[in-house]
Design a binder for this molecule. Structure first.
Ligand code: CO8
Length: 257
């Protein structure tokens, strides 16, 4: 399937999705977000693919935000209807997604990275929520995700001052998994994706679900949910295979069943 604003490259068992508007620093227009959601959903249904990587084309940006030119003529009604659907669909992808960030990840770009499950950043990556400079606030989860994933005070600083944070700062704050030399973010992200892809697909899916549930549920309920998911995995062939492989001192061959 050909898309206008993204590239999809399969490297089974992983797939790399590239935001492809480098002249506009990969600004996220509505079509791009819709295409990204379509492609992620198709790969989510594909048993041969076990982990996704999202990156930006060119060496300047992951994505410099939602497309400001496209937003200038919007109204409250047009912003409320339909257009958020792509973001919501991305939130519901079951397979793990690794963000490979080089250069700017601003506004919607940082929010897209935070929709992913791990973030690998190049030393030159710059993250920020500069919407305040445009007279608005983050609209794709920035206020909520920074508050929950880091905390109130950093969220206030990012959103109220609009200051960019370095990859190293966000690594120290726990939002970035690894910082690598300039230009190596995609290779590192693919390496991490390949590692995840060797694990049992059912356990990976359920693990992502359980961790995301921690942000939605009280702890007592979350612990019970985890316990139930853990028990359910004993009905899978992958559990039998994983444990048998350990006992027999061989590599497990997970089938996702
Ligand atoms: N939208 C549209 N075009 C952009 C964007 C953007 N966010 N960012 C950069 N571009 C374009 C520029 O207009 C320019 O195009 P042209 O050559 O046609 O003028 C091209 O990309 C290159 O950009 P610059 O010349 O500005 O490059 P610099 O290296 O000088 O500066 C910066 C790089 C600092 C990143 C600068 O481009 C910048 O400040 N960009 C805007 C950053 C920003 O404010 N982002 C937040 C946008 S608002 C948002 O993301 C809200 C999210 C809500 C999501 C929910 C939606 C439903």
């Amino acid at each position: 399937m050909d898309y206008q604003f993204i590239l999809v490259e399969r490297e089974d068992p992983i797939a790399v999705l590239t935001l492809n508007r480098p002249q506009q620093l990969n600004a996220l227009n509505w079509t791009l977000i819709g295409e990204l959601a379509d492609a992620c959903e198709a790969l989510d249904r594909d048993d041969a693919i076990r982990c996704l990587v999202i990156t930006g084309a060119g060496d300047k940006a992951f994505a410099a935000g939602a497309d400001i030119k496209e937003m200038t003529g919007q109204t409250p009604v047009s912003m409320m209807t339909g257009e958020f659907e792509g973001w919501d669909r991305l939130r519901r992808i079951h397979k793990p997604i690794v963000a490979a960030v080089g250069g700017f990840a601003l506004g919607g770009g940082m929010e897209l990275a935070m929709h992913c499950d791990l973030i690998i950043a190049s030393e030159n990556a710059r993250f920020g929520q500069p919407e305040i400079n445009l007279g608005v606030i983050p609209g794709a989860g920035g206020t909520q995700r920074i508050s929950r994933n880091i905390g109130k005070f950093i969220a206030m600083e990012m959103v109220l001052t609009g200051r960019n944070f370095t990859a190293e700062e966000l690594h120290r704050l726990g939002l970035v998994n690894a910082v690598v030399p300039v230009g190596q973010h995609l290779e590192k992200a693919k390496e991490v994706a390949h590692t995840i892809a060797t694990k049992g697909p059912v356990a990976v899916r359920v693990a992502k679900e359980a961790i995301l549930a921690a942000f939605e549920m009280p702890q007592e309920q979350g612990l019970m949910y985890e316990k139930r998911l853990f028990a359910t995995l004993f009905a899978t062939e992958d559990q039998k295979e994983g444990m048998a492989a350990f006992v027999e001192k061989r590599k497990a061959d997970f089938k996702g069943r």
